[in-house]
Design a protein around this ligand. Sequence first.
Ligand SMILES: Nc1ncnc2c1ncn2[C@@H]1O[C@H](COP(=O)(O)OP(=O)(O)OP(=O)(O)O)[C@@H](O)[C@H]1O
Length: 268
Amino acid sequence: MSDDAAPGVPDARGPGGTVRTGTVPIVRAEGLTKTHRGEGAPVQAVRGVDLTVQPGEFVAVTGPSGAGKSTLLHLIGGLQRPDSGSLWLDGRQVDAYREARWAVLRRRSIGIVFQFFNLVSDLTVADNVELPALLAGASPRAARDSRAELLAELGLEGRERSMPGELSGGEQQRVALARALVNHPALLLADEPAGSLDSKGTREVLRLLSRFHQRGQTIMLVTHDARMASAADRVISFFDGRIADDAALGEGRRSTGAGVSGVLELKE
Ligand SMILES: Nc1ncnc2c1ncn2[C@@H]1O[C@H](COP(=O)(O)OP(=O)(O)OP(=O)(O)O)[C@@H](O)[C@H]1O
């Protein structure tokens, strides 16, 4: 991390390297811009966005369809590259990273959940969750232990040997959440995670996101659902590729994440 930390950004890690004081943002974007160039006319999806997300924040990004919310999340997770602008994650400038480096960073430090779960359909629930841990270098035993703990936490005990297709949508999304969290990511990105679920599944995802947030997990959530957005402690309204409004929702619910070890450190 010290090799390419942004100049002028203080390193706020504690002596053990895992406990943060919260002065280095998990996300810092300056002038982030992205134009999609497909077959038709180019679409300017993100237009010069400046944004800072602190450790432990739960930020919802809302706005009309086509506003650029998913593109913004994809830029922050390195799934798409900006045309211009700068991006720092945990004080490290990442906008010029090549794909291989992004892949390592994502695997170890960024959990992503999507609307349609994206589980590997021919792997069991247990294998879906253990795979990212093994790819990140965990021992088979450590991967198994983390998987067991998370699946129990997410109410999926006993479903380890099931295939994703045998589960309800809500259950599949909980597996996807376990997979996203198995490496204790510094940042959880969720793109319409309840977009294909019924109201029970939506409530469940909301309850789980809130629970992980209470424990210090930093979360960025893209959602159309006002109820989901209201679970966040900050709501960014996105319109026409820009931040139209950025509002804190009550200090009482804000979690600082202070004292949470091994969750907030962005590892590479
Ligand atoms: N790969 C792509 N190629 C071309 N245009 C794209 C691509 N991805 C997104 N767009 C366009 O960029 C704009 C922003 O899309 P984006 O998906 O980021 O918006 P959104 O706010 O997440 O929308 P929704 O809520 O409907 O998912 C839209 O006009 C969309 O059609």
